[in-house]
Design a binder for this molecule. Structure first.
Ligand code: VG1
Ligand code: CO
Length: 852
């Protein structure tokens, strides 16, 4: 049996050594190397005087007064490489003799409880070492092997050597470069400054210097090196300043004091000390809090630093490609962007893209990550500054989230790691001297380090270009324009003063040639003009009235005002949509089902051979399920939040699994989208509806087939899922949690219970196993599933900036009765839901804040 350390890159199963070992008849053989000054601190092989047995002595076993003798490499000439050869029959004998184990000597090591943190609790670590087993095998032997069999990476000294040209790769193994003349350069990096690998990584961000002609390299203090430097002979570098100084390029030899050398100037990073701030756990879609909280000392900085640390730990090299930053334009957007730029520069980001005026909608961020090139500049991720539909302004909400390379929201694994880092953060990095970027001016600003060591570029890019270009490849703009140009067709799109305005104007005015009045409230405002940029019947009041409806979706008297044929609205960050026909509201769940049923009206789907799969979040109504069954699409039911759709869309292209694309997904909360991006996409849904309308109205001389006609025909074919959601906002958190807990405790007694005309066939908590990567999400909503297919669902919102919001979802399917008023059709189930939750007992009211 051959055993070795996993960090020894020279350990291979060498057949010559194996043959020698087999022929030797020894029970155990250790590969040793000659000790050089580099290895004097490590353990060595010794012969026990009393019986001549070979034994291993580790430095931790050596008394302080013996240290000098211990480190004498002329006396103790060999050290253990931990490449060990063991005869299994002898091993079995020893194990049997000793009652099931090998009596290894105990080694005592002084460490800190967090090995990465010197200031953490000191502990004594007791360990036994594999190599020490040599003393247990009578007749054990050792052979001296060339240094090439020992390439361990234990300290930054070793790692720097190994990464340099002092080593080459032969037969997949690093071997000492013959040009070194058989002896590796002696490395003496400042042990305090380069204890952890992160420090070495930071020092060699500019590349690894040449060491092949170096005899000894001693570095005291912080430096930054680059691949342009060649150390020759005996080199000693000192830097007594507190800033890491750049080692000049070219040949460097002899002693060099960098203490007074110029520093990085604007690119000088500072580690600012901070302390964890409670409550920075990202929710359904990022971290959302009161703006004032976000503006508090270190609040944004802590989260952003934790995100950078987690992103790097996940294996992303932030110095490659680009980092995108954009936001929905709410209060504090621009200041936050400047802070993130300065922190990005200090965390090693080299190229930053920012949306013009700091604006970029959530779907446009996703599109830009995926589409904007060239390939070597492609974004690996983005910070989106948004609290979406939550109100904005100094007294309202602010938010931030991170999206990954696929363009989608960070998965749970990453957001959990970000959160873990927020609770142990000690410092954040910032280049405080980095200039403030003029976000109103498109173009590139390049900031170079004074010492020439590196450069960071910030490019202010078009807010709309990548996204609108993508939309043009998805839809038939010609067909949509023909519909819009019909004299009997008119539309209005309410951007609610969110970030969607620029996109709506680009698409409808510039590309489709419509008049300005198609776009309402299309100038982004940092407080959404005091409104609630949430596209539903309650908050999109102005539009709803124009379309001839009230907040309950009932038809109102419009005193002869002309009502547009089509109305739509977007939320603060442009990912939600509400679809309205003349005097007609389309529920988001129905909208999803209608788009899925008519996907072939959209070239993106048709050209790929039609839709393959659909998905909806659990609380979304099952209307789309009937379409999936009818048209034979795969169907998925996921927890709330867009991040759960991402894996399904990436199943083939990232996970090499089943291809579910082309794919459409949606949520009851006015979110719809497809695999063209990895976020819901408000303007996409609007164009999808216009495409369907265009396809149903090929002949302009015939009467218009309306939104209402399309939905009614859909219900006639598939039946109707009556649906509503009641939100109870601003509830005290403990009360909301108490209510949920009570329902959980009653699952058993409620299952099988008959109440009035309903029978609860199952009461449970929704859990989801991701079919693509197997990850499990639990506690995703309480469900009461009725025997007749009706459902009652309760969840706590994961996007509330403060307090708690209870969401109650009600659904009832009717195959035939399609023309009832939703609130009436659902009144029985609503009553039951209010009773089952005992909501009045907990929060003192049964009156919701919003009904959608
Ligand atoms: C809400 C919606 C959910 C949506 C999320 C983000 O989450 O219910 O469907 O994905 O907002 O949308 P919650 O946890 O509050 O129910 V957006 O447009 O605010 O980013
Ligand atoms: Co949104």
């Amino acid at each position: 049996m051959f055993v070795s350390n996993s960090d020894n890159l020279g350990a291979s199963l060498d057949l010559n050594i194996l043959s020698y070992f087999a022929a030797s008849d020894a029970p155990f053989m250790m590969e040793c190397c000659k000790r050089t000054p580099n290895d004097k601190k490590g353990g060595h092989l010794a012969k026990r005087v009393s019986d001549g047995q070979l034994i291993l002595r580790e430095s931790a076993m050596c008394a302080d007064e013996d240290e000098e003798a211990f480190q004498d490499i002329t006396k103790h000439r060999f050290f253990n490489t931990n490449n060990l050869w063991i005869r299994l029959d002898k091993l079995k004998e020893i194990i049997n003799e000793n009652g099931g184990f090998i009596p290894l000597p105990m080694i005592k090591n002084k460490k800190t409880v967090d090995p990465k943190d010197d200031s953490s609790q000191k502990v004594v670590q007791l360990e036994t070492a594999m190599g020490a087993a040599i003393e247990c095998f009578k007749g054990a032997t050792a052979i001296v092997v060339p240094r090439t069999r020992f390439a361990p990476v234990k300290k930054c000294n070793d790692l720097l050597l190994l990464r340099s040209d002092a080593y080459t790769i032969e037969n997949n193994k690093p071997v000492l470069n013959p040009a070194c003349g058989g002896k590796a350069p002696t490395m003496a990096l400042d042990s305090k400054k380069y204890k952890l690998v992160g420090a070495l990584e930071a020092a060699t961000e500019g590349g690894i210097p040449s060491l092949v002609d170096c005899e000894k390299l001693k570095i005291s203090g912080l430096v930054r090196m680059s691949k342009g430097t060649k150390f020759v002979g005996n080199v000693e570098i000192t830097n007594n300043s507190d800033e890491a100084k750049f080692v000049p390029t070219g040949v460097v030899t002899g002693t060099l004091d960098l203490t007074d050398a110029v520093g990085a100037g604007a690119l000088k990073p500072t580690a600012v000390s901070t302390a964890p701030i409670a409550g920075q756990k990202p929710g359904t879609s990022g971290l959302r809090k009161k703006t004032k909280e976000f503006m508090g000392p270190n609040y944004l900085e802590n989260f952003v630093q934790s995100a950078f640390d987690a992103i790097k730990d996940s294996g992303t090299d932030v110095s490659e490609g680009s980092l995108l930053i954009g936001g929905d334009g709410r209060y504090y957007n621009a200041e936050a962007i400047q802070i993130i730029i300065k922190m990005a520069a200090a965390n090693g980001v080299k190229r930053i893209w920012v949306g013009e005026n700091g604006l970029m909608s959530t779907p446009a961020v996703s599109a830009t990550i995926r589409e904007k090139g060239p390939i070597w500049q492609k974004a690996y991720g983005a910070f989106i500054l948004t609290a979406s539909h939550n109100p904005g302004g100094p007294d309202e909400d602010f938010g931030i989230k991170y999206n990954c390379e696929n363009g989608g929201p960070a998965p749970d694994e990453l957001t959990d790691d970000i959160y873990a880092k927020t609770i142990s953060i000690k410092n954040y990095n910032i280049c405080s001297g980095f200039p403030t970027i003029d976000l109103a001016k498109p173009g590139v600003t390049t900031v170079a380090a004074e010492d020439g060591s590196s450069e960071v570029s910030v490019e202010v890019i078009s807010t709309t270009e990548s996204h609108v270009n993508l939309l043009k490849t998805i839809f038939d703009f010609g067909a949509i324009k023909a519909l819009l140009d019909r004299p009997d067709f008119s539309m209005v799109y309410d951007c609610m003063h969110g970030v969607n305005g620029p996109y709506a104007k680009e698409v409808f005015i510039n590309q489709l040639g419509q008049s300005e009045d198609v776009c309402m409230n299309a100038v982004p405002k940092d407080d959404f003009n005091g409104g609630h940029a949430d596209p539903n019947l309650t908050y999109a009041k102005e539009l709803v009235a124009i379309m001839g409806l009230n907040r309950k979706g009932e038809v109102i008297e419009t005193n002869g005002h002309a009502i547009p044929s089509f109305g739509a609205a977007a939320d603060g960050d442009g990912d939600r949509n509400m679809i309205l026909g003349s005097k007609f509201f389309v529920s988001p769940s129905d909208s999803l089902a209608v788009i899925a049923a008519n996907a072939n009206a959209i070239p993106f789907f048709k050209s790929q051979g039609g839709l393959k799969a659909v998905a909806r979040s659990m609380p979304t109504s099952g209307a789309v399920d009937r379409v999936a069954k009818d048209l034979n699409f795969d169907l998925f039911e996921t927890p709330t939040g867009w991040k759960y759709f991402g894996n399904l869309m990436d199943s083939k292209c990232i996970y090499e699994g089943t291809d579910y694309t082309p794919f459409i997904c949606g949520e009851e909360s006015f979110g719809t989208g497809s695999d063209h991006v990895r976020e819901k996409d408000g303007i996409w849904a609007v164009l999808a509806w216009l495409s369907i309308l265009a396809s149903k109205n090929p002949d302009a001389s015939k009467p218009l087939v309306t939104v209402e006609d399309i939905v009614t025909a859909h219900w006639k074919k598939y039946g109707r899922n009556y649906y509503c959601r009641w939100d109870f906002e601003g509830v005290e958190k403990s009360k909301a949690v108490g209510m949920m807990e009570k329902m959980r405790s009653e699952f058993e007694q409620n299952t099988g219970k008959k109440i009035g005309s309903y029978e609860i066939s199952c009461a449970d908590d929704f859990a989801y196993t991701d079919p693509v990567d197997g990850s499990v999400a639990t506690g995703k909503g309480i469900r009461f599933l009725m025997a007749d297919g009706s459902r009652i669902i309760f969840r706590l919102s994961g996007t509330a900036g403060s307090g708690a919001t209870i969401r109650m979802y009600i659904e009832q399917y009717e195959p035939e009765k399609i023309s009832a008023v939703a609130s009436e059709a659902l009144s029985g189930l609503v009553r039951l839901a209010l009773d089952l939750s005992a909501i009045k007992e907990f929060i003192g009211t049964e009156e919701p804040t919003v009904i959608t």
